[in-house]
Design a protein. Structure first.
Ligand code: ADP
Ligand code: MG
Length: 337
């Protein structure tokens, strides 16, 4: 319709293509998409039928003719076609005109290979990008937190997402030491799911597991909140309810959290001494959705003896940083990869 034609916008786009959430920022407009990285496809027409929130609502509820998946796993593109479809879906959602060929800055995990980088670029180009720039996730996170990374001072960032945990020490516009661990929020969810299966013969969905993590999950034990969880009895196949304490959940998360803490320690060991002393003074900043897990900052503080802070808006630091780079691309040419 002519009317919707005029509603279309133009602008360059910054993208945080996360394993759990995708955020899109448009120049002069701000964050326009903040949705789960999920896509649904019709197996009959092969067309993408929903992306983001709408696709998430379909998870576990579709018929055999619809496939709903998370196309990014462990911080990389696991399904190229579906990633393409998802990116295009989001770009369509913000109403970028098909005639405008935006410049795109996309944030990628620091551990990805050249082949994986190529895949991200190709996907963006197929989404009509005129020019594609990539930026490493911890660098974008640091910029998003307002840290001046051009100084000869070390900053340690831990970004805990859905599929990957990125630990990095940044100084003079670059990553000096890093560790990219393919263990993060998703693994915590599956630990919770397995815990209910093994201990209570209870089958719960992935969404329920994630909800439990967000509501009572913790990296340390506390006074022990009790909650009721609904699922399906694995033995009798009928619905079943159980009561669990937050401390049981904390216990089942312990091992995964330990792997994350070990990654932090490894990065500290690789850090040059001058920068280590900066980190002793300035501490570590936690970001990404996983930073919201209760008690995680406290635990890392205890395990490393360093000051630990949680970023102000951990689910958005990366897109804020990527957006800032997009708006001032000439200032940041050194850090684009
Ligand atoms: P990604 O960059 O991989 O897309 P995000 O930074 O968006 O990941 O973080 C998503 C992860 O954060 C998910 O695993 C989600 O369950 C987790 N998360 C979000 N909120 C909380 C919370 N309050 N407590 C614990 N984990 C959380
Ligand atoms: Mg992320």
């Amino acid at each position: 319709m002519w009317f919707s034609f005029f509603k279309k916008i133009s602008g360059d786009v910054a993208i945080d293509l996360g394993t759990a959430n995708t955020l899109l920022y448009v120049t002069n407009k701000g964050i326009m998409i903040n949705e789960p990285s999920i896509v649904s496809q019709s197996l009959i027409t092969k067309k993408v039928i929903a992306v983001g929130k709408e696709a998430k609502a379909m998870l576990g509820r579709t018929n055999p003719n619809i496939r709903t998946i998370r196309p990014l796993k462990d911080g990389v593109i696991a399904d190229f076609e579906m990633t393409d479809g998802m990116l295009r879906g989001f770009i369509k959602k913000i109403g970028i005109s098909r005639f405008s060929r935006p410049k795109m800055v996309i944030c990628v995990p620091s551990g990805i290979t050249e082949v994986e980088k190529r895949a991200v670029r190709d996907s963006a180009e197929r989404s009509n990008a005129r020019q594609v720039f990539l930026i490493e996730e911890p660098v974008a996170a640091a910029i998003g937190m307002g840290i001046d990374i051009s100084k000869p001072v070390g900053n340690m960032i831990i970004d805990i997402g859905g599929g990957t945990t990125e630990v990095a020490v940044i100084a003079l516009n670059g990553v000096v030491a890093k560790e990219s661990i393919r263990i993060a929020g998703d693994e915590l969810d599956s630990k919770i799911l397995n815990f209910f299966r093994k201990k209570y013969n209870l089958l719960i969905g992935e969404r329920t597991a994630e909800d439990i993590k967000k509501s009572i999950g913790s990296a340390i034990k506390d006074e022990g909140t009790i909650i009721t969880v609904k699922g399906r009895n694995l033995v009798y196949g009928i619905p079943k309810t159980v009561e669990v304490s937050s401390n049981e959940i904390a216990e089942c998360l312990e091992e995964t959290i330990k792997s994350i803490v070990n990654g932090v320690k490894k990065t500290l060991e690789k850090t040059p001494p001058e920068l280590s002393s900066d980190i002793i003074d300035r501490g570590i900043v936690l970001t990404g959705g996983g930073a919201l897990l209760k008690g995680l900052d406290k635990l890392i503080r205890k395990e490393t003896g360093l000051p630990v802070n949680v970023a102000e808006d951990p689910l958005r630091t990366v897109i804020k940083g990527t957006g800032k780079v997009l708006e001032n691309i000439k200032l940041y040419t050194d850090i684009l990869v």
